[in-house]
Write a new protein. Structure first.
Length: 314
């Protein structure tokens, strides 16, 4: 949250140059404040687990946030009962007439399939199209990031030689971005994927900025300049045991998975993993909620449709 001080205070300019968010008292006095409305499109199989991961991070902000969960009706979930979904989740038809300050699109275990082969691809495309006039900022995670890039820019994913699994170092490349405020020069984040999007395609086919990347993971975090589109290829939201659960699941299935990099102490899968990314996760989700959503979204969300009709979607 911002520090509010007199607009004539000499320290304001220095703090702003250091990327510290300072709001002058004139702006603070004229702010309209209301709860933030966030839609979580949960494409993960273990939906309750993903709910915990995301809500844990969203709860770190002092903002009041109303959260709705959405599932794909064109997909038959094998891990979550229909009754649970109908009780706690909404469908696209339920929310089509509503507006949201922010939307999170999770990853999904379908990355080795062509996008068009995913059974809910058309439903997801309809959601992406709807979001242009009904959502201010969308945060795409892992496969959700790849799906968003393919839908908006036609940027496809490339298959990796082997699965990227572990906790990797990433470098902050654009420290002036509000989304990177509070980050050290480098940070750790879990990654778990078979595919990647290459930087050359991003530079050639989009207007997006590369905020963070790593020698082993490649692209990590991207954003449009107005932060209405944010893409994260890692899993900062993961809990301590998530990669361990994935590893033991694949081992039990006879897939001979590699031990996740930089995760288990001394690479011993029977040891409790070290948790080394929670501060980066908290900072990232708080930055997204504060700077991309709260500080930018219009008080009347209906203005989104008016602005798109007048100026087009940027």
């Amino acid at each position: 949250m911002p520090i509010t001080v007199d607009k004539k205070l000499a320290a304001i300019d220095i703090l702003r140059q250091e990327n510290i968010f300072v709001m002058d008292n004139m702006r603070a006095d004229h702010q309209d404040i209301r709860p933030m409305n966030v839609l979580i499109v949960n494409l993960m199989p273990k939906k309750a687990e993903t709910e915990v991961h995301l809500l844990r991070n969203l709860a770190n902000t002092p903002l009041q946030i109303n959260v709705d969960f959405l599932y794909m009706t064109s997909h038959q979930s094998k891990n979550t009962g229909r009754g649970y979904l109908e009780t706690f989740y909404k469908t696209f038809a339920d929310i089509e007439g509503k507006f949201f300050d922010g939307m999170i699109v999770t990853g999904a275990p379908v990355e080795q399939m062509a996008f068009e082969e995913v059974d809910y691809w058309q439903e997801l495309c309809d959601l992406f199209n709807w979001s242009k006039t009904h959502v201010y900022s969308t945060l795409h995670l892992c496969w959700g990031a790849q799906a968003g890039l393919y839908y908006r820019y036609g940027i496809d994913k490339d298959l990796l030689a082997c699965k990227l699994s572990g906790v990797y170092e990433q470098k902050v490349l654009l420290p002036d971005s509000p989304l990177m405020r509070g980050f050290d020069d480098t940070f750790l984040a879990p990654h778990s994927r078979h595919t990647e999007v290459v930087e050359e395609a991003i530079r050639r086919q989009s207007h997006l900025q590369v905020l963070a990347a790593g020698d082993q993971v490649g692209l990590s975090i991207l954003s449009s300049r107005d932060m209405r589109e944010v893409y994260s290829f890692g899993h900062l939201e993961y809990g301590r045991e998530t990669l361990s659960q994935e590893y033991h699941r694949d081992q039990k299935a006879g897939l001979s998975p590699q031990i996740p990099i930089n995760y288990f102490p001394e690479d011993q899968p029977d040891q409790q993993p070290s948790m080394r990314w929670s501060l980066a996760a908290s900072t990232f989700f708080s930055n997204w909620m504060n700077y991309a959503v709260y500080q930018e979204t219009p008080y009347r969300l209906e203005q989104l449709q008016e602005e798109v009709a007048m100026f087009g979607y940027l």
